[in-house]
Design a protein around this ligand. Structure first.
Ligand SMILES: Cc1cc2nc3c(=O)[nH]c(=O)nc-3n(C[C@H](O)[C@H](O)[C@H](O)COP(=O)(O)OP(=O)(O)OC[C@H]3O[C@@H](n4cnc5c(N)ncnc54)[C@H](O)[C@@H]3O)c2cc1C
Length: 556
């Protein structure tokens, strides 16, 4: 039986309304008003940066192009009234290790954030009728591996123990700005078995999983959990992704009550409660540069806003470099942007349904919040190949299936469900990305047809409405998803750590003085980690002569 636990950080104060939520700026403030910080774009990362800066006492103005804040962490009625769909992200896994949440630094519970911890964590049914379910209980999960191979069950347990031994180092690496501590490799060299980890992290996820597990069902499950970050599993330096399932064995895959957007709404309330202003429907078009320093932004409606201390951007670097004269960026940075590679894009269909997916399991059925289908380990190896060729591959399409309303009834009317079905397809089709407008409904139909092989109850009469987002639609919705990149761009060897977005500029300080960059194009990259957001705040607060520890009340 599936079960759920709820977690609220702090009991207490009444939740404040998001006051300025969607007012036009003119109602809130005149264009002549001055701010210390102007934040361009309101994804969860830039909101986190703004929240720490606002807590430090800086007057922040956040400008968001869309009618609603949140970017990839947003919930809206996409299908029918009363059905609250997560437009993009649902699972808030990695952010659980961020001191923001782990140490409750901003007490976001007081601003409406509450997490639900579904159990099982993840369920993968296989084409031969067997399945592997990950439960919060380790022994129960190992028993699932043991159905296929006792050796693999032991291997999974060992992977978790190995990871636990160095987990603090790996986690700290994500939530420390580049250059603020020793590089992970140097730290690993000094701890027991660290050298072994140096090798593992440089390997591909496929090599780690193939060598560690003997059974193809177990390999498929492990590869599935490694691919959720949208990197081809056989690419070098993806070894860390092989630890996707062990990593979430402790954290689970929590989801905010009410929708993924509850995080960004809580951050918005926090910023406003600390004197900040948030304005939507404001597309930033240009940076204002005076005397070589970025001192504000201009918006597409002609308005302009000055920042006395700094501008923080979460605009995609491919667009950012067009917002100031090219010579201001320098050749090296421009080269980094020109050579920046997109990732394997996502394809989403949102449904309003009268039933959740129902999977057959021993002795009954299971309806988990999250499940995924992947026919074999070898199918996962086609991701990179199909992407390179620009070919939509609908043969046994790997899918992620998310039904939040099972654990969170606030998401849909009584007895109804929100269902999100995700696939991975190339953005850049041979025929050009515009071809997506012609084929997206066929691709969505093919995904559903394949899903019905595993959850046959999802017949037409159970589906009340649907909303399809092709990779091109994702980019249209959020320009930060450049070329459909849900994580800002590939997390490849060339675009990670000190190379993200470009060697020399990984510390969030951009080539133009006074301009800082956060978001998925900076370390540690995409997903709901809040890492780029908190790391950017750490760097900025240091530059302003204070520290994040001082701001959250913990002297360093
Ligand atoms: C379908 C889908 C499912 C996903 N599922 C998950 C999941 O379950 N778990 C997970 O961890 N991750 C998931 N992700 C990835 C995750 O959503 C993103 O990596 C993450 O939201 C990136 O956050 P960010 O703060 O860096 O930027 P974004 O969320 O991309 O925010 C950038 C913001 O800036 C705004 N903006 C851009 N340009 C301008 C401009 N010129 N002027 C003004 N505003 C501008 C945008 O409108 C946007 O609001 C998913 C992504 C997709 C697409």
């Amino acid at each position: 039986m599936a079960k759920f636990t709820r977690r609220r950080f702090v009991k207490g104060a009444a939740i404040l309304p998001l006051a300025a939520k969607h007012m036009a700026l003119q109602q809130v403030t005149g264009a002549s008003d001055r701010f210390d910080i102007v934040v361009a774009g309101a994804g969860h990362n830039s909101l986190i940066t703004a929240a720490y800066l606002a807590k430090a006492g800086y007057r922040c103005l956040v400008l968001e192009g869309r009618p609603k804040i949140g970017g990839g962490v947003k919930t809206a009625e996409l299908t029918l009234r009363g059905f609250h769909d997560d437009c993009c992200s649902t699972a808030h896994v990695f952010i659980q290790d961020n001191p923001l949440i782990k140490n409750d630094e901003l007490k976001l519970g007081d601003y409406g954030l509450e997490y639900i911890d579904p159990d099982p964590i993840f369920h993968v049914p296989f084409p031969d009728g067997s399945y592997l379910t990950q439960w919060r209980d380790l022994d129960r999960t190992c028993a699932e591996f043991a159905k296929f191979s006792k050796k693999d069950a032991a291997a999974y347990r060992k992977m978790l123990a190995d990871l636990d031994a160095i987990r603090p180092l790996i986690v700290a690496g994500s939530f420390t700005p580049i250059g603020f501590g020793k590089p992970l490799n140097d730290q690993l060299a000094q701890v027991p078995h660290g050298k072994l980890w140096q090798r593992r992290l440089a390997m591909s996820a496929w090599d780690v999983i193939h060598d560690t597990f003997e059974d193809d069902h177990c390999r498929t499950f492990m590869l599935y959990m490694s691919h959720l970050a949208a990197e081809p599993p056989d690419a070098p330096v993806t070894g860390r992704l092989a630890y996707g399932a062990p990593r979430q064995q402790h954290s689970g895959r929590p989801l905010p009550k009410g929708g993924s957007g509850a995080l960004t709404e809580a951050l918005g309330r926090f910023i406003e409660a600390h004197g900040g202003t948030i304005v939507v429907n404001k597309w930033v078009k240009n940076l204002i540069v005076e005397g070589g320093k970025c001192v504000g932004v201009e918006c597409s409606d002609g308005s302009a806003y000055q920042a006395s201390k700094a501008v923080v951007s979460t605009i995609h670097i491919k667009h950012l470099v067009d917002m100031a004269p090219r010579e201001m960026w320098g050749e090296d940075f421009l080269y980094g942007v020109e050579t920046w590679q997109a990732e394997n894009a996502m394809f989403a269909t949102h449904y309003a349904t009268s039933e959740p997916p129902i999977y057959k399991v021993d002795g009954g059925t299971l309806s988990p919040v999250e499940s995924g289908v992947l026919a074999s380990p070898y199918r996962a190896l086609r991701f990179g190949f199909d992407d390179t060729r620009g070919v939509v591959n609908l043969e046994e399409p790997p899918l992620q299936v998310i039904c939040c309303s099972i654990a969170d009834p606030t998401r849909a009317p009584a007895g109804m469900h929100t269902l999100k079905v995700l696939g991975w397809q190339p953005y850049m089709l041979k025929e050009g990305p515009e071809h997506w407008d012609k084929i997206k409904y066929d691709v969505s139909d093919a995904n559903l047809k394949y899903l019905r092989r595993f959850a046959p109850n999802l017949t037409d009469d159970k589906i009340l409405a649907r909303f399809v987002e092709s990779p091109l639609d994702l980019e249209r919705m959020n320009p930060h998803f450049w070329h459909g990149s849900a994580h800002g761009g590939a997390q490849s060897a060339a675009q990670t750590g000190p190379l993200r977005p470009m060697a020399g500029w990984a510390q969030h300080r951009m080539p133009i003085a006074g301009l800082y960059q956060t978001g998925a194009t900076t370390h540690p990259g995409g997903s709901v980690t809040g890492g780029p957001g908190r790391n950017a705040a750490t760097v900025m607060l240091k530059d302003f002569g204070t520290s994040i520890e001082e701001v959250v009340g913990k002297k360093a």
